[in-house]
Write a protein that binds this ligand. Structure first.
Ligand code: ATP
Ligand code: MG
Length: 393
């Protein structure tokens, strides 16, 4: 028995003791069937949010109007959601209205794919009205009910299907596939942030190349926050995505393979955090360094330089382990990692030179830094002070 399920059981049992129904639902049941690590336990119940708040001493009302309360139990958070159904999505961003219902099956039927619409009771019996288990065995992604309807209701499901394809190495069932081809343009209605979240998960999956190729065939790529149009000849399938170690590397790879001209504009249209945008651009810049000098390496930083090597090796399909070793060696020969490592600071320089701060100071520091990094100036305090005394602009 899975430990996380075991730990959650008292929470479900307590709800049952109060006369309500409670089930494990969604991703955790799917991942349990797939024997994959479980991220978090979601619980569905016939109890209303107020009743859950009465039953448990520690609750956080995260989305009462949608029926969700977080319960803290033994330092673990559980999302407990009242059985509900949703009416037609009007603005594609959130359900225009939710109703609480008394029936688990109705709750399960609003869920996107058959493997996400399974539940498990406290006796650990699987409840599977839509054939999720069989679909997992067939390794196929299939909507609950008419796929055309389900993708029209919430086009984000198009992205979720592609994400599951990549993460779980599954194919998409024929009707569901047809519907994706037809409904892809509706993705334009979905907020960038929600699409980005799914897309990043997709890029982290074991079959990112296959999923991206499918998105190309089904025209989904044309409706992303930044449409991907001109892939390189080898396309997305040619890359071993699992060799990439960070999301920054994955974004850089997408930019390179899609022959994006303005990487900043691309990253901005996905509404990525500024930190990510900066890092990916630095990574792309580091990629174009032909031969690393000490000062280049110092300014870029060893970790980014190594990351760019990983990216380069994945894209070019060339082993750069030797070059990575060389980078490590070169880095070990650089005596400082920043000016802070020096026994002298700006204030002391001002004292030595008996001058007020100005452009000259920046110039001096820059020159001193370069000399030290290149090994042309020692890091000993007296030697540096001497050099500062003699320095002239
Ligand atoms: P993850 O592994 O990323 O947590 P997940 O399937 O659990 O994947 P969540 O966003 O946590 O995704 O959603 C929990 C459950 O809610 C899903 O398993 C599914 O049953 C349902 N769900 C989520 N998003 C949708 C959607 N857009 N349409 C219908 N049902 C959804
Ligand atoms: Mg989840």
């Amino acid at each position: 028995m899975n430990e996380m399920f075991q730990e959650a059981l008292p929470v479900l049992k307590k709800i049952e003791d109060e006369g309500f129904k409670a089930y494990f639902v969604g991703g955790c049941v799917r991942d349990l069937c797939l024997e994959r690590p479980i991220k978090d336990i979601d619980i569905a119940t016939s109890a209303r949010p107020e009743e859950i708040q009465k039953i448990f001493p520690k609750t956080i009302p995260v989305g009462i109007e949608h029926g969700t309360v977080i319960v803290r139990h033994n330092h673990v958070s559980y999302e407990i959601t009242t059985f509900r159904k949703e009416d037609k999505y009007e603005d594609y961003r959130r359900p225009s209205k939710v109703w609480f219902v008394d029936d688990l099956q109705e709750d399960l039927s609003r869920r996107d794919f058959t493997f996400n619409a399974m539940a498990m009771d406290t006796a650990l019996h699987l409840i599977d009205h839509f054939g999720g288990r069989d679909d997992l065995k067939l390794r196929q992604i299939r909507t609950v009910g008419d796929p055309h309807l389900r993708f029209s209701e919430d086009p984000l499901r198009v992205m979720r299907a592609c994400r599951f394809m990549s993460v779980y190495d599954m194919k998409i069932e024929a009707e569901t596939k047809k519907a994706i081809e037809k409904k892809a343009p509706l993705l334009k209605k979905i907020s960038t942030e929600r699409i980005s979240i799914e897309f990043i998960k997709l890029l982290q999956g074991v079959k990112a190349g296959h999923a991206l190729e499918f998105m190309k065939q089904s025209t989904v790529v044309e409706y992303l926050p930044y449409p991907l149009k001109e892939q390189t000849k080898e396309g997305y399938l040619g890359l071993e995505w699992t060799k990439l170690q960070t999301d920054d590397q994955r974004w850089a790879a997408i930019i390179l393979l899609s022959q994006v001209k303005d990487s900043r504009e691309f990253l901005k249209s996905w509404k990525l955090p500024n930190g990510t945008i900066k890092k990916v651009q630095e990574l792309l810049a580091a990629l174009s360094v032909k031969k690393w000098s000490k000062i280049d390496l110092y300014r870029t930083g060893i970790s980014l330089a190594l990351e760019s090597m990983t990216l380069k090796s994945t894209i070019e399909k060339v082993n750069y382990d030797q070059e990575k070793d060389n980078l490590h060696k070169l880095a070990s020969e650089i005596p400082i990692t920043s000016l802070k490592d020096l026994p002298i600071d700006g204030e002391e320089i001002l004292k030595i030179k008996q001058k007020s701060p100005g452009v000259w100071l920046g110039k001096l520091l820059h020159e001193m830094e370069e000399k030290i990094v290149n090994g042309d100036l020692s890091t000993s305090e007296s030697v540096i002070k001497d050099w500062v005394k003699r320095w002239e602009p």
